[in-house]
Design a protein around this ligand. Structure first.
Ligand SMILES: Cc1cc2nc3c(=O)[nH]c(=O)nc-3n(C[C@H](O)[C@H](O)[C@H](O)COP(=O)(O)OP(=O)(O)OC[C@H]3O[C@@H](n4cnc5c(N)ncnc54)[C@H](O)[C@@H]3O)c2cc1C
Length: 491
């Protein structure tokens, strides 16, 4: 039996990973981008929410899957060697009205069985996080919250899928879902027809368009933009705990997060955009000002703006139903939706994947393989090794001693390994972003200004293409326009 999963975001990849556990299932992930995790999963707050902000009366399934996902990530990050921190989070109240909001979420925490959640008074709050705004009146502390590297998670899932016999087809856009005799038969793609017994739609922002291809037309998706400001690792103050303003019905509030790379992330906004703006992943002046204004409510002093290294935006796929859409259709039989995966979709992904497998199991017999490998190891990072280990490694392979990205301490050997791993999962187009997300080169203060020329030479050597033909991310974004001498000669 072949299952085609549309979309190599965290939802599609989590589902595909679980599918590889079963005997006789040919798992094929189809992704239109050149690499994994470049859709919604790329730009988000990266929090693994404790789920005390989910209301089981309003969204029972979402609450259940968020709780399940949160608990499962603890295991998955170990199995798959994903960068993660579990510092806990605090919602800050700066007024009586916000204090009432804290009490509401405290009650939800009790109902949802989220462990250890408690209201802390101003003194304790300032003791735990001295950098918070002294005007705060109280906080709601949830010790189980964490943050992960979201694209790193997608990469790890993809490597594990391929290790377990699954395949990922990149640069392959689904253009139609083929239905005959009220059953899905496969998908028409930009590279031809792929036959399938079951098609799982996990296409993020574009999932409603895919559903319509299969004749399902009962929901829409619109983008809700979230903008961010990222500060350099040197930025201070950098609270250890994840801190945020009180949530509203539309958003979980503005966060201050020390990321797994030790940078400081603040944001997001929550701006509803029309459905035709599904690629509006650019920040705006108003958005940035909104973030700075709200973040100043959380901590007494924001780091200087000279330490901002990046501003960016992500788009939440907001479904008209207001909640996740998880269905196995009888008509057309075999069309499965894991769509409308808005926040907290990253947290819920392992739960969503398990739920989708259960839906499939209600329709076909799935038998577990005797051998399935849940483990994957990440790329060894020279900067994380002690001196003795580092020296040993450099003696074995001198490329570990050539530090290419000075900001993040990334060696040539790590970049070469990133390229080898991209090829192993089927990536055809080796991009700067592909390298960046795997080894965190070009992630630091200079954002690649100093190391990108050197990296382009390494990639040129490995791919046989001229350095200027290296791409940043997708089609059309070349690093340069040609050889300088050649361009001059041609005038
Ligand atoms: C601003 C913001 C903040 C967030 N913060 C958090 C948070 O802190 N914690 C949390 O739990 N969640 C958070 N989320 C939600 C979370 O990021 C998403 O729910 C999750 O990433 C959705 O993943 P996905 O795989 O469903 O979608 P995607 O990652 O978008 O994956 C879908 C994939 O399908 C591909 N695709 C689309 N159409 C086609 C086609 N026709 N053919 C082939 N491929 C196609 C796309 O290229 C894409 O790669 C946030 C989201 C945003 C935007």
């Amino acid at each position: 039996m072949r299952v085609v999963v549309i979309g190599a975001g965290v939802t599609g990849l989590s589902t595909a990973r679980l599918l590889t556990r079963y005997r006789g299932v040919d798992v094929v992930v189809v992704e239109r981008n050149p690499d994994v995790g470049w859709g919604v999963s790329k730009a988000n707050t990266s929090i693994i929410h404790p789920c005390h902000e989910e209301d089981p009366d309003k969204h029972p399934l979402r609450t259940k899957l968020c709780l399940e996902g949160h608990n499962t990530w603890y295991r998955w990050v170990r199995e798959l060697d994903i960068d993660a921190r579990w510092p806990g989070e605090i919602i800050i109240a700066t007024s009586r009205e916000e204090y009432r909001v804290l009490k509401h979420y405290h009650r939800l925490a009790m109902r949802n069985g989220v462990p250890g959640v408690r209201i802390i008074d101003r003194d304790e709050l300032l003791r735990i996080e001295p950098s918070v705004n002294p005007d705060s009146v109280a906080g709601l502390y949830a010790p189980s919250a964490g943050t992960i590297d979201p694209v790193g998670a997608c990469i790890a899932l993809a490597e594990n899928i391929v290790d377990n016999g699954g395949r990922i087809l990149f640069n392959t856009e689904v253009r139609d879902v083929v239905v005959r005799d009220r059953r899905v038969r496969g998908v028409k793609t930009s590279r031809g027809f792929i036959e399938a017994d079951i098609v799982v739609n996990a296409a993020g922002l574009y999932a409603d368009i895919i559903s319509r291809m299969a004749g399902i037309n009962d929901y829409n998706i619109h983008p809700r933009r979230g903008q961010y400001i990222l500060y350099d690792r040197m930025a201070e103050p950098k609270p250890d705990k994840i801190i945020h303003t009180a949530p509203t019905p539309k958003t979980k509030g503005v966060y201050i997060v020390k990321t797994v790379e030790n940078t400081l992330l603040i944001g997001p906004t929550a701006e509803d955009l029309p459905p035709d703006m599904r690629d509006a992943t650019y920040p705006t002046r108003e958005g940035i000002e909104y973030i700075l204004r709200n973040a100043s409510k959380i901590i007494s002093r924001l780091p200087p703006r000279s330490l901002v290294i990046r501003m960016f935006a992500g788009l939440r796929p907001e479904p008209s139903t207001g909640t996740f859409i998880l269905r196995f259709h009888e008509d057309p039989w075999g069309f499965v939706e894991a769509t409308g995966i808005r926040s907290p979709g990253l947290t819920a992904a392992p739960g969503i994947a398990r739920y989708i497998i259960d839906l499939i199991k209600e329709h076909v017999d799935l038998v577990e393989k005797e051998k399935w490998n849940p483990f994957r190891r990440g790329i060894r990072r020279v900067k994380e090794l002690g001196l003795t280990e580092r020296n040993k490694l450099i003696r074995e392979d001198p490329r570990y001693g050539r530090i290419i990205c000075k900001c993040m301490g990334v060696s040539e050997a790590e970049i070469v390994e990133a390229v080898e791993r991209m090829r192993k999962i089927g990536v055809e187009e080796i991009t700067f972003d592909g390298v960046k997300f795997r080894v965190h080169a070009m992630y630091g203060r200079c954002q690649g200004t100093f190391c990108r020329p050197e990296i382009s030479l390494i990639l040129s050597r490995l791919t046989g293409k001229p350095p200027w033909m290296m791409r940043f991310k997708d089609h059309g974004s070349f690093y340069g326009v040609g050889e300088v001498k050649d361009l001059f000669r041609r005038g």
